[in-house]
Design a protein around this ligand. Structure first.
Ligand SMILES: [Zn+2]
Length: 302
């Protein structure tokens, strides 16, 4: 993906340095985490790549610099994830939550990326002008922080309003209007982060299981630490049987609204909305069958 956009030529990034940077990013994802590992980071980056190539995103963002910053944001957006979420950091009073109490993990992913860029022979933005360098870090910070779903909820109304204006022919003026660019980056990053949810249902179902296995592991840690559960989703005993209902609600309240907002900007990304709606219906059918869901069951009748 990185090679295809020819950044070595267009932005004079030495190929060796780009490879070194990506290898270090890979090494800094933890392998003992069920979902937030390098496979997830690669899948999110690939969803962005598909949006650029086939979803019409390159019609809005076509500068190689902007494309590189977005790809780097995707591949780094969950770096050094520990399998525990922001609520856990606050509840367990971890060092990370003392450093930043809002968007705790996302702030850590951004800071960790900056640390990697600071290593010798890793600064792929080295040849940028001082002004562009600052701009790259600002965009990256906004992109990574916007993968915090609480930021998505906060911005969703503004994103939809902007999307409606764009659909009615208004110019987004992305070069000068920083807020519009931030909102567009935000909905693109959220859509890529949730990208597994428009895949064929069997893939989506298995990835949803990975998310919940990680969440139940967090629940175990909360129990060990003597903390209250931060959410019912970390409690295996009450959640596992209800997975179709939990997923149907997640699709209805989070994923489908994101896909509906995205296609306002990118009508060619209709395939994402269609995949999301198809999978939502699959979860609905499972929910209505009232089966007792159990993770690892490979014959789910639809
Ligand atoms: Zn993610």
């Amino acid at each position: 993906m990185f090679q295809e956009f020819k950044f070595t030529e267009t932005l004079q990034i030495p190929e060796k340095m780009l490879i070194q940077f990506l290898m270090t990013v890979h090494k800094n994802y933890r392998t003992n985490v069920q979902y937030h590992n390098f496979s997830h980071a690669s899948a999110v980056t690939h969803t962005l790549y598909l949006l650029l190539k086939f979803g019409g995103l390159q019609e809005l963002i076509n500068d190689p610099f902007d494309i590189l910053v977005m790809l780097v944001s995707c591949i780094c957006h969950d770096i050094d994830h520990r399998g525990t979420n922001n609520q856990f950091q606050v509840s367990a009073k971890t060092m990370l939550s003392i450093e930043a109490s809002d968007s705790t993990m996302e702030r850590h992913h951004f800071n960790h990326t900056i640390n990697i860029l600071s290593l010798p022979d890793h600064n792929i933005f080295k040849n940028l002008s001082k002004e562009d360098y600052k701009r790259a870090l600002n965009i990256m910070e906004n992109c990574i922080i916007s993968t915090d779903l609480s930021i998505y909820f906060k911005n969703l109304k503004s994103i939809n309003e902007l999307g409606d204006k764009y659909k009615n022919g208004e110019n987004l003026d992305l070069e000068n209007n920083k807020r519009n660019l931030e909102l567009l980056h935000g909905i693109v990053m959220t859509s890529c982060d949730l990208g597994s949810m428009f895949k064929p249902f069997e893939d989506t179902r298995l990835i949803a299981e990975d998310v919940l296995i990680e969440s139940f592991e967090q629940g175990k840690k909360e129990k060990e630490l003597g903390l209250q559960f931060t959410s019912t989703l970390v409690d295996r005993a009450s959640t596992e049987k209800e997975i179709p209902k939990v997923q149907f609600e997640f699709f209805s309240n989070v994923i489908e609204p994101a896909a509906l907002a995205l296609v306002k900007f990118l009508p060619k990304a209709q395939y994402i909305l269609e995949g999301v709606q198809r999978n939502k219906e699959c979860w609905r059918k499972l929910m209505e069958k009232k089966i007792e869901y159990s993770i690892g069951s490979h014959s789910i009748p639809l």
